[in-house]
Design a protein around this ligand. Structure first.
Ligand code: MRU
Length: 369
């Protein structure tokens, strides 16, 4: 085992005690270790049963943690990659700038290959590379210090953006509303209060008494394992539903707004997010429910004109046929298609809410401001 694991055995009483804590930010999704020699991640594949932190200090383990969704959610992946390349840069034994940069670039391209759809991963790594290239006159220890500062800045900016996104969305919501969300765009996916769940947490602090419906989000169950977990842990009224129940709860009049996160926003307002999001948007349009996409401006890809240009990650068939089941639930050798994301066309989106404000259609105008 290349990384150190700190397992926490969780018995029922400890689990209940943990779930009665109200402050979700007690959980540190991704951070640097005290000595800044490793990236410490809350292993999200072990939630909700176990809170296990991994301490990773080489590029292979960081790549693996991102690929296997031990850390996931677009902004959290960006922060993990930024911390990761800083930690790896400390270990580069280069004599001069050219040798340092050659190795830095190799690690950067490697980490960038772990997941293709979320723009935040490449955007964070590009920021880190810019620091190196803009400071080539510095010696290696100074460069490493600057990389540390940049990785911390990426995390801090993310945390600050979340709160503003929450405030901007909360202004559109009313106390007592039923909200439906898909996948997990909360604290576990980002820093602090998350993106799509930020208005829920702020509303909770201010007595809004929202009722949240969390889609379970097949096949990796981020809604069941993570969204239901973090909202319940924070005392929010959350009801878990299977993905195919969204229409039913909307038809009953229980949902007044849909709030989702995003992995890449194209300049025309098309949005890539967790597979199934576009279906929820179609349902919301049918039932006349506003469909809000929440994310930091770092998720808007200025190089991406529309959803057709977004690369959609395809993942292993076993995630559909057997993962999470006690035994296999599909015939051997059946063909399986497992796209991790889909694109919601801009026509179905009521507004895209960032830390800067609320962008309404036409998005080609509002997103370029
Ligand atoms: O595959 P995941 O779990 O990384 O997908 C996450 C999502 O689709 C989130 O909605 C998105 O990254 C926004 S997180 C603030």
């Amino acid at each position: 085992m290349l990384y150190r694991i700190f397992p926490i055995f969780v018995g029922m009483s400890e689990y209940k005690e943990r779930m009665s804590k109200s402050n979700i930010t007690d959980l540190k999704t991704v951070r640097l270790s005290e000595d800044a020699d490793s990236v410490v991640l809350l292993d999200q594949t072990q939630l909700p049963e176990k809170e296990v932190y991994l301490s990773l200090s080489n590029a292979e383990d960081i790549w693996d943690a991102i690929y296997k969704l031990k850390v996931r959610g677009a902004p959290a992946i960006g922060v993990a990659a930024a911390y990761g390349i800083y930690v790896c840069s400390k270990q580069i034994g280069a004599a001069g700038f050219d040798d340092f940069y050659q190795e830095f670039k190799r690690i950067k391209d490697y980490l960038a290959s772990s997941r293709p759809t979320a723009v935040n991963l490449v955007a964070a790594l590009n920021r880190m590379e810019k620091v190196v290239l803009d400071n080539r006159q510095e010696d290696i220890p100074a460069l490493v210090r600057l990389l540390h500062d940049e990785s911390v800045a990426i995390r801090e900016e993310d945390a600050a953006a979340c709160r503003r996104i929450g405030e901007n969305c909360l202004a559109l919501l009313k106390p007592g509303m039923g909200l439906l969300t898909h996948c997990n765009a909360g604290h576990l996916a980002v820093s602090e209060y998350g993106t799509a769940l930020a208005p829920v947490y702020l509303g909770q602090e201010r007595g809004y008494n929202f009722r949240v419906f969390a889609d379970e989000t097949r096949p990796l169950l981020q809604g069941a394992r993570l969204t239901a977990y973090e909202l319940q842990r924070s005392g929010v009224d959350v009801t878990l539903i299977c993905d195919n129940m969204a229409s039913s709860v909307m038809q009953k009049g229980w949902v007044q707004a849909v709030i989702v996160g995003c992995d890449r926003v194209a300049m025309n307002g098309d949005v890539a997010n967790k597979i199934g999001t576009s279906g929820v948007a179609i349902l919301a349009r049918h039932y006349g429910i506003p469909f809000y996409v929440l994310g930091p401006t770092s998720t808007i890809d200025k190089q991406c004109p529309d959803g057709k240009s977004i690369v959609i990650e395809e993942r292993a068939p076993e995630e559909v046929s057997e993962m999470w089941y006690a035994h296999r639930m599909a015939p051997r050798d059946v063909k399986i298609f497992n796209p991790a994301f889909d694109v919601t066309p801009h026509e179905l989106i009521t507004a895209i809410i960032t830390e800067k404000g609320v962008a309404y259609p036409p998005f080609t105008d509002s997103l370029s401001d």
